[in-house]
Design a binder for this molecule. Structure first.
Ligand code: NDP
Length: 244
């Protein structure tokens, strides 16, 4: 699969930290030109300093027009990972309308925005592509205090299936991944409490959380030609959590 990424441009959203950052670095190592999109300039600068194949694009993905403008100069982009998201936790009865709006804006609507821009261009140029949306085990299982987060990730998987269906004829594949807990900044929001962590670990057959690399490598597989007949799936990366 190494050669898959030579001379390819890959866009990774949410590349400033966590899973997106490791993914951007790994793809650059494999020879891809990486368009690294994220909100905070400081994080992006640190990332771009580590590999000159990484091109930082600083934009708030909640701003639809600004996002399209920021992506345009970097087209064509054949590979895309929609990874940026936030977690806002609250009990269902306490969910705030503004939290719903901001969470769905970044976790769901920005995927539509970025993917439209990139896919429209590929279709015009008659180029194939592969898109991976980063969902979560939370798309398929209830997690306490995660109601709007779970809803947003279920929306990501629904969107993934329709994108796969409609873009398939243009040889653009679309899949999602559903990781279990990874102790990034986001992971720590929900799972740094020992008791909560123990409760989750007891439900994961492999009895451990995922490492960033455990998520990065399956995403790279889904981007690569090794998965060329895989389209419209949501792949758990959860140590068996969703199987039990
Ligand atoms: P992090 O919080 O560590 O990183 C999120 C990245 O997204 C940051 O770089 C952040 O930018 C960027 N981002 C957030 N909002 C915006 C915005 N409005 N505009 C541009 N960029 C934005 O998250 P993770 O690495 O943990 O998560 C990555 C993906 O994996 C997410 O989709 C998450 O839902 C999913 N996931 C995570 C799990 C976990 O336990 N960690 C488990 C299952 C799924 P900045 O650096 O500027 O803040």
């Amino acid at each position: 699969a190494e050669n898959d990424f030579q001379n390819k441009t890959v866009c990774v959203t949410g590349a400033g930290r966590g899973i997106g950052k490791s993914l951007a670095l790994r793809l650059a190592e494999l020879g891809a030109k990486v368009i690294a999109v994220s909100k905070s300039d400081e994080n992006l600068k640190q990332l771009a300093a580590q590999n000159n194949k990484i091109i930082p694009v600083c934009v708030d993905l909640c701003d639809w027009n600004a996002t399209k403008e920021a992506i345009k100069p970097h087209l064509p982009i054949q590979l895309l990972v929609n990874n940026a998201a936030v977690a806002i936790l609250d009990s269902f009865l306490e969910v705030k309308p503004d939290d719903f709006d901001s969470l769905f804006n970044i976790n769901v609507k920005s995927i539509i925005c970025v993917s439209q821009e990139i896919a429209c261009d590929l279709i015009e140029r008659k180029m194939s592509g592969s898109i991976v949306n980063v969902s979560s085990q939370a798309a398929s299982a209830a997690l306490k205090d995660h109601s709007i987060y779970c809803a947003s990730k279920a929306a990501v998987d629904g969107l993934t299936r329709v994108m796969a269906m409609e873009l398939g004829a243009h040889q653009i594949r679309v899949n999602s991944v559903q990781p279990t807990v990874v102790l990034t900044d986001m992971g720590r929001i929900g799972w740094s409490d020992d008791k909560k962590a123990a409760g989750m670990l007891s439900k994961i057959p492999l009895n451990k959380f995922a490492e960033v690399e455990d998520v990065v490598e399956p995403i790279i597989f889904l981007l690569s030609n090794k998965s060329q007949m895989i389209n419209g799936v949501s792949l758990p990366i959860d140590g068996g959590f969703l199987a039990t």
